[in-house]
Design a protein around this ligand. Structure first.
Ligand SMILES: C[S@@+](CC[C@H](N)C(=O)[O-])C[C@H]1O[C@@H](n2cnc3c(N)ncnc32)[C@H](O)[C@@H]1O
Length: 263
């Protein structure tokens, strides 16, 4: 690892890291050492608010631009066993998972979908689209901790838990609990989050150029500051458990984490 130095424009230290593992092999980048959590505007606006609705449309576009559809599809396609159930945490309007479902349905057959979010923003059209694929969908409007605590949990095999642009909302202490709860209900956990790097921070300040509204412009920067790098999420995964972990950079601005329960 290279030495650290101070960056004056923001009270945070920077360092050059050469991430290990398949995703980051040989790639050097400037990462920011500590996470900075601040409330995101989308979380505080009522779901019917026009600015929130517009920001959710921005998110669909940003997911595509950042390559999250492709990255998550790649991760999901690595699954070696038949998938029975896909649970998305912080699913928002559910359209990201719908796009993934359209790609996966021909090979995976029918999969039960559970969309968890504190706000109810999955439209009936999205629900019908899932049904048309033969993927029955259930929407749980609740805080993620409550939703995970109340999930019926007959078997973990065949169950994937997915999170996209969601885990960065939480402090390390909360994440440790959340990941522990998650590990109890699934055989695979995959997440795609903002990467806490200078490049991502610079790009997040430019989303206005893509026509994103004020909510998205604020939240994009906040998300990167609260994002992940190195082995942040692996360090929070329940210790001593029998899981294979992968973590590292993906695309230009993102960070992936995958945990697979060993057979
Ligand atoms: C940045 S959005 C991402 C939405 C979706 N995953 C996507 O990529 O379009 C984060 C989502 O997390 C939800 N959220 C935030 N905190 C939550 C919590 N404690 N429990 C459940 N959902 C939460 C918000 O309502 C929001 O829909």
């Amino acid at each position: 690892m290279a030495p650290c130095w101070r960056w004056n424009s923001w009270n945070d230290s920077l360092r050059v890291a050469w991430p290990r593992g398949p995703a980051g092999a040989g790639r050097a980048e400037l990462i920011m050492s500590s996470r900075l959590l601040e409330p995101e505007w989308l979380d505080t606006l009522p779901e019917a608010d026009e600015r929130a609705a517009r920001s959710r449309i921005d998110l669909q576009r940003l997911n595509r631009i950042m390559g999250h559809d492709r990255i998550l599809l790649g991760l999901l396609r690595q699954t070696r066993w038949p998938v029975r159930c896909l649970i998305e945490l912080g699913a928002g309007d559910g359209t990201l998972l719908l796009r993934l479902a359209r790609q996966l349905a021909p090979r995976w057959g029918s999969v039960r979908v559970i969309l968890v979010d504190r706000q109810r923003c999955v439209t009936s059209v999205t629900g019908e689209e899932f049904n048309r694929l033969g993927w029955p969908v259930e929407v749980i409007t609740a805080d993620v901790a409550d939703a995970l605590a109340n999930l019926e949990r007959p078997r973990t095999d065949g169950v994937i838990l997915l999170a996209n642009l969601f885990l960065h909302h939480f402090s390390e202490d909360t994440l440790r609990l959340l990941l522990k709860q998650g590990a109890e209900v699934c055989a695979r956990f995959v997440a795609c989050e903002p990467r806490r790097s200078r490049l991502s921070l610079a790009a997040s300040r430019l989303v206005g150029l893509l026509g994103c509204n004020g909510v998205t412009r604020h939240d994009a920067v906040a998300s990167v500051r609260a994002g992940f790098s190195l082995r942040d999420l692996s360090a929070l995964w329940p210790a001593g458990s029998a899981w294979d972990l992968q973590e590292g950079p993906a695309g230009m601005f993102s960070h992936v984490f995958a945990a697979d329960r060993r057979p």
